[in-house]
Design a binder for this molecule. Structure first.
Ligand SMILES: NC(=O)c1ccc[n+]([C@@H]2O[C@H](COP(=O)([O-])OP(=O)(O)OC[C@H]3O[C@@H](n4cnc5c(N)ncnc54)[C@H](O)[C@@H]3O)[C@@H](O)[C@H]2O)c1
Length: 120
C-alpha cells in the first residue's frame, strides 16, 4: 500500500519507539489511525502527536497477549471506522541474555508477546 490517504491503519505498541513514529507518519500521510499499547501514558503522548498531525485517531490500551481483548478490539475498531485497511503488528519485546542463564518464563513471555500477540 503506497497511498495511505483515508485508509484505516492499526498500529499496536504505539506508545513509544517505532510504533509511535509509524502512527505519526501515517497520520501525516492522511491515514486514520487506531493506536494501542499497554503503556497508557506513552499512548497518550502518541495520541496527542497524531492529533497534532491532523488525523482521526482511535486510542485504546491493549495487551496483545490477551486474546479475547484483542478480538474485541478488532470489532471495536472496525465498527468505529467502518473497516480496517492495514495492521502493523508492532508491539513486541526483546530479551537479551545467555540461554544458560535465562528462565523459561522469560522466553515464554517473549513468545507470548512476539508470537501469540501477532497471531491474536
Ligand atoms: N528497535 C530495534 O532495533 C528493533 C529490532 C528488531 C525488532 N524490533 C521490534 O520492533 C518493535 C518496536 O520496537 P521499538 O524499538 O520501537 O521498541 P519499544 O519498546 O520502544 O516499543 C514497543 C512497544 O510495544 C509495547 N508493548 C510491549 N508489550 C506489549 C503488549 N503485551 N501489548 C501491547 N503493547 C506492548 C511497549 O509498551 C512499547 O510501547 C518491537 O516489536 C521490537 O521487538 C525492534
Amino acid at each position: 500500500m503506497k497511498d495511505f490517504r483515508d485508509k484505516v491503519v492499526v498500529v499496536t505498541g504505539a506508545g513509544s519507539g517505532i510504533g509511535r513514529e509509524l502512527a505519526v507518519k501515517l497520520a501525516q500521510k492522511g491515514a486514520k489511525v487506531a493506536i494501542s499499547d499497554v503503556d497508557a501514558a506513552g499512548l497518550a503522548t502518541t495520541e496527542r502527536l497524531v492529533r497534532e498531525a491532523g488525523a482521526q485517531v482511535h486510542t485504546q490500551t491493549l495487551n496483545v497477549t490477551e486474546r479475547q481483548a484483542v478480538l474485541d478490539y478488532a470489532e471495536t475498531v472496525a465498527t468505529h471506522f467502518g473497516g480496517v485497511n492495514a495492521i502493523f503488528n508492532n508491539a513486541g519485546i526483546a530479551h537479551h541474555g545467555e540461554v544458560e542463564h535465562t528462565d523459561f518464563k522469560d522466553i515464554e513471555r517473549v513468545i507470548d508477546i512476539d508470537f501469540w500477540g501477532v497471531v491474536n
